[in-house]
Design a protein around this ligand. Structure first.
Ligand SMILES: C[S@@+](CC[C@H](N)C(=O)[O-])C[C@H]1O[C@@H](n2cnc3c(N)ncnc32)[C@H](O)[C@@H]1O
Length: 514
């Protein structure tokens, strides 16, 4: 799933502007992937003459990438307000075009007090859902107990007696007011009371108030499938069993108080990070519910957000996992938008929005762990932080005829100065397509630092002075992949022998040096 909440193009917010007329080189330079670090934040004022097209150009590139990244059964959810709702919905229809995609528009009341306009007080914004058509992409919503219409699980009227369907006469087991299971179909000569007690478990049978043995609405073999629709209600010294529709389709207008971005966004983020400076982060629940709706059948889903802001999406993913025992993962992307030096968060040591996002996720994780959590949950609130940077390798732009002898020594090290072993390790993981979330262990082998990724998925040593003894020891561990620094070997002879050593000791290992 991809959830995004882009800058709404209100004319006031600052965005990184992507000019569609700029060249790739200019874009790389401005976005910090080449040359000076960091692009420039610019306002996109309504008077710019290209107000919508500037914003749409910025969105177009990102949505094209989103389409590539989405899983086959993936769903894209975009939050937007009235400023760009029209243009964004047309853009989405253009990118996710044809009958393969369905587009749905949900109104969310996020500001019940209203934002005063000249003619209307705006209380709502929108969620645009884009999903593969012809599939059940959106799960059902849980209906609150007080909104469910409950009725007797026991049949009444014609053909409702025990003898009409013997498989429908069995006990419903209740403990402390909760249904905990179902007993076997009763033999014909067994005639219990409506509620029988066996220590603290009540066995409830479909017997009516005048003692007539009736039947449950579902036979024993099918009752497990609808057990979430049942509840036990205390009655005299026993229980009555009731059935109600506890799940239903999501409506296209969401009015619940919990979508209020002031109460469950601004105040919530400020309660985690006092003076965070975020004026309108999303309500936690306005992000939680779309994630729950989309990942209902995939508790291991990956949820991506490339306008992370204060990190509400990560918070919502962790909260949902804590509630239902799932193991969803999140990928948050946030440009290092600088914070003004005279704003409170800057004075608290946060220099970029990304710094605030990370701290919010850390604190949200701690808070969730301290609260009630599903017993099956793995309690994983950890995350890794990676920054996009230029290559670790030295830029080699010279033509042979421009090189002179004194430049040769400068070319001995092919790695840029200041790059850490972790920088090199993650480059290798990306190059090899190894999952960046795998556990990494650092060990000292023959006096050198070696990283082991996921046990033996990869062994990497970027130290200098690597000896044959170290190479042999690593080969002995038979990793799937092994990597060294090109100029890291103690001698040319060791470097030449590496492949040979691995071929003999661990022929299955893919060896490379960078
Ligand atoms: C509306 S906020 C997201 C708020 C977030 N959903 C939350 O609840 O905190 C939009 C984010 O997009 C970032 N942004 C602005 N222009 C951008 C651009 N051109 N590319 C990527 N991110 C941008 C801003 O730094 C901001 O954090």
């Amino acid at each position: 799933m991809i959830y995004i909440d882009p800058p709404y193009n209100t004319g006031r917010n600052l965005i990184y502007k992507n000019d569609f007329s700029e060249t790739t080189a200019e874009f790389l330079e401005r976005s910090g992937q080449l040359g000076d670090e960091g692009g420039k934040l610019v306002a996109n004022p309504e008077t710019s003459g290209r107000f919508h097209s500037d914003w749409l150009s910025m969105m177009f590139q990102r949505l094209r990438v989103a389409k590539k990244l989405l899983a086959k059964d993936g769903v894209l959810v975009c939050a937007i307000d009235e400023n760009e709702f029209g243009t964004l919905s047309v853009l989405l229809k253009e990118i996710f075009s044809g009958s393969a995609w369905e587009h749905a528009y949900v109104t969310v009341v996020h500001n019940p007090r209203g934002q005063q306009g000249a003619n209307f007080s705006y209380v709502n914004e929108y969620l645009i859902f884009v999903f593969p058509s012809g599939t059940k992409a959106i799960g059902d919503r849980k209906i609150d107990d007080e909104d469910v219409s409950w009725s007797q699980f026991r049949n009444w009227g014609g053909e409702s007696e025990r003898t009409d369907a013997k498989n429908c006469f069995y006990p419903v087991l209740v403990k402390d007011g909760k249904i905990v299971g179902f007993g076997d179909v009763c033999p014909d000569d067994f005639h219990p009371k409506q509620t029988e007690w066996n220590s603290d478990i009540a066995y409830v049978y479909p017997i009516d108030n005048v003692g007539i043995e009736r039947k449950w609405r579902y036979a024993r073999q099918s009752v497990d499938g609808i057990s979430t629709m049942l509840r036990a209600k205390r009655s005299g010294s026993g229980y009555q069993i009731e059935i109600g529709k506890t799940f239903g389709l999501y409506k296209s207008v969401w009015t619940d108080k919990r979508y209020d971005s002031n109460e469950y966004g601004t105040k919530l983020v400020n309660s985690l990070i006092e003076g965070s400076g975020f004026t309108f982060p999303k309500s936690l629940w306005a992000v939680y519910d779309p994630i729950a709706a989309v990942t209902w059948n995939d508790p291991k889903a990956i949820v991506m957000d490339f306008f992370a802001g204060s990190g509400t999406t990560a918070h919502a993913v962790m909260q949902l996992n804590a509630d239902d025992g799932g193991n969803r993962q999140f990928i948050m992307v946030q440009v290092p938008a600088p914070i003004d030096a005279d704003l409170p968060p800057f004075k608290r040591g946060f220099t970029t929005i990304a710094e605030i996002s990370k701290e919010r996720i850390r604190r949200a994780g701690k808070k969730i762990l301290a609260g009630a959590c599903h017993t099956d949950w793995n309690r994983d609130v950890g995350f890794r932080v990676l920054k996009v940077d230029t290559s670790n390798m030295q830029d080699v732009y010279y033509r042979p005829d421009q090189i002179d002898q004194k430049d040769l020594l400068a070319a001995v090290d092919n790695i840029k100065p200041g790059r850490s072993p972790e920088d090199l390790l993650f480059q290798v993981l990306v190059d090899w397509g190894v999952d960046l979330t795998l556990p990494i262990k650092r060990e000292t082998v023959q006096g050198k630092t070696v990283f082991f990724v996921d046990g033996n998925a990869l062994a990497a040593c970027f130290d200098t002075g690597v000896t044959e003894a170290l190479v042999k020891e690593l080969a002995g561990r038979e990793p799937l992949r092994a990597v060294f620094r090109d100029n890291g070997f103690v001698s040319d002879a060791v470097k030449i022998n590496v492949e040979q050593v691995f071929r003999q000791v661990s022929p299955g290992t893919d060896v490379k040096s960078i």
